[in-house]
Design a protein around this ligand. Structure first.
Ligand code: HEM
Ligand code: HEM
Length: 482
């Protein structure tokens, strides 16, 4: 079995755009985390936040964080994929500009226009605000989202063009000839992962753009409508796919960086290829687990959602979790900020699946749906999994050629990890106690969990701030050297 070596080096222009991706992602991340802290403080009765401001913050935090995760994941994917196939730097830059303009529109729609319909923008809520916001504010939010989605679509189309021009077909890029015994050459892990991401996210983005365009027209022409259940399916298909894919992009950092730090190869073998092919299908068909409480959904679709949820996370999890432990075991790897955060990321991914699978069971969802159990599930995945991987990549990127000599940024790392664990556990525990999600005002019994969460959030914000400051401080030297 053979694997190709790194073929291309990044140009200074590409490195600059990637550095800007990480700088923008880090800035927006800290801003969104501060909004999260504010919401937890308000739920814990430690600060007073009027209900309209709470829901504006919730909308911006939910949408903005998903965008940040996407940008961080895209930077990781591009950096490693671009060492094997020829990617287009202007397309990378266009996606960044679309994100910045889109994010500004979303911020303006909420904090100037009062838009507060949540990241889900469920049809026909954007057009029915009962005076809370105007149709222009709703249009601003929806256009911002559409712009960001279009940027990502271009990004994926470019990766698709580059992969196809080298590998000829998506099947080859997924390693099928090797899988079916017709070749003894496997594509590198980053090619397999990027191909899965390309297929899945393109479908998700097209579905999102469709419903966004219809909702936009509906704001001004109410007669132009869509069946609300169909709209909900399109929205959740898009949202589910987009956010899931951010972690599939970020995990590439583990595949590419652990070999560097352990001096051992990441093996692309049959189980690895089977897992990524299975995930390509399973991530797409698992989305109905968001609609388990919609009584008018076809029952068979909900069963597909439940069953595919059980199997969707597991294959890749097993190959990645097991692969990460095996590559590190007795390798003499040093604990730097990068390696420590990668292992946290793999842990966050592995543990996030447990509350997820519990809640994807229809019987359990009857009780747990819309409780804080759900933010408990996805903050574990996203904060301890996805964001940890992005921060790991940031640390590596900013160390340039010195990567092997750098030490652990202990304050940043431990504050992030301990705060992250406490925050996610406070969500999960409150969810187990039946505390609802998305409530601006809490009953006295619910306040304790929120206060613990607020303290934990403060630790996460501080830890992330320390890690991001280290990135910014090291950046100029690395950029000069490139
Ligand atoms: C095996 C894998 C997964 C399963 C079984 C799963 C299951 C679920 C379920 C059942 C819900 C709906 C909860 C409810 O509303 O009652 C949910 C929501 C959510 N999941 Fe997952 N999930 C998985 C993977 C992921 C991944 C990888 C991410 C992100 C990295 C993610 C992010 C989210 C988010 C953000 C929501 C909340 C959506 C909203 O605002 O309603 N999930 N998940
Ligand atoms: C300091 C770190 C963070 C804090 C303090 C925080 C806090 C919160 C709070 C308080 C909520 C509302 C919970 C509720 O009552 O329903 C929330 C929702 C949410 N958070 Fe975070 N969060 C943090 C990090 C993240 C990260 C890293 C991501 C993703 C990358 C993320 C994505 C979301 C999403 C998608 C929602 C759902 C919004 C909705 O319900 O519409 N958060 N977060």
């Amino acid at each position: 079995m053979g694997q190709e070596k790194i073929l291309l080096e990044h140009t200074p222009a590409a490195r600059k755009v990637l550095a800007a991706y990480l700088a923008v992602s880090g800035t927006v991340l800290l801003l969104m985390m501060t909004l999260g802290l504010l919401m937890r403080l308000a739920q814990g009765s430690l600060v007073s936040l009027p209900a309209d401001r709470f829901y504006e913050s919730l909308t911006v935090h939910g949408t903005g964080m998903v965008g940040v995760a996407g940008m961080g994941g895209a930077a990781i994917l591009w950096y490693f994929l671009g060492r094997h196939v020829r990617l287009n730097v202007p397309v990378l830059a266009i996606n960044l500009v679309a994100f910045i303009v889109g994010a500004a529109l979303i911020l303006g729609a909420a904090f100037i226009g009062g838009f507060a319909a949540g990241w889900t923008f469920l049809f026909p809520l954007p057009a029915n605000s009962l005076g809370q916001w105007s149709e222009h504010a709703a249009a601003m939010h929806l256009s911002g989202l559409l712009l960001i989605g279009t940027g990502f679509l271009l990004f994926h189309l470019d990766t698709g063009r580059a992969i196809l021009s080298k590998y000829g077909s998506l099947a080859r890029a997924l390693g099928w000839p090797y899988l079916f015994g017709r070749s003894d050459e496997t594509p590198p892990a980053v090619i397999v992962a990027s191909t899965m991401v390309l297929i899945v996210n393109t479908l998700g983005l097209v579905s999102g753009a469709t419903v966004l365009a219809i909702s936009l027209v509906n704001l001004y022409l109410p007669g132009f409508a869509i069946d609300p259940l169909l709209a909900k399916n399109l929205i959740y298909f898009f949202g589910h796919v987009f956010i899931n894919i951010t972690i599939y992009m970020a995990i590439i950092a583990a595949y590419e960086l652990l070999p560097l730090y352990t001096n051992r190869p990441w093996k692309v073998n049959r189980p690895f290829l089977v897992a990524w092919t299975a995930a390509t299908v399973l991530v797409l068909v698992a989305y109905p687990h968001h609609l388990l409480m919609d009584f008018n959904m076809p029952r068979w679709l909900l069963l597909v959602g439940q069953i595919s949820s059980y199997i969707s996370g597991l294959p890749i999890l097993v190959v990645t979790g097991y692969g990460a432990l095996m590559i590190v075991f007795r390798s003499g790897m040093r604990w730097t900020t990068t390696t420590a955060l990668i292992m946290v990321g793999v842990f966050g991914w592995s543990s996030g699946v447990i509350p997820a699978i519990i809640d994807a069971t229809i019987m359990v969802n009857t009780v747990m749906h819309n409780t804080l159990w759900v933010p408990g599930h996805f903050h574990t995945y996203l904060l301890l999994g996805q964001i940890a991987l992005v921060l790991a990549f940031m640390a590596h990127f900013s160390q340039g050629a010195d990567w092997s000599k750098v030490r652990l940024n202990a304050w940043g790392f431990w504050l992030f990890l301990i705060g992250g664990l406490a925050l996610t556990q406070s969500f999960l525990y409150s969810g187990k106690q039946g505390v609802p999600r998305r409530f601006a005002e809490y009953l006295p019994d619910w306040v304790g969990g929120a206060q613990v969460g607020a303290l934990a959030a403060l630790m996460v914000v501080t830890g992330t701030g320390v890690l991001f400051a280290a990135y910014l401080l090291k950046l100029p030297r690395v950029m000069r050297a490139s």
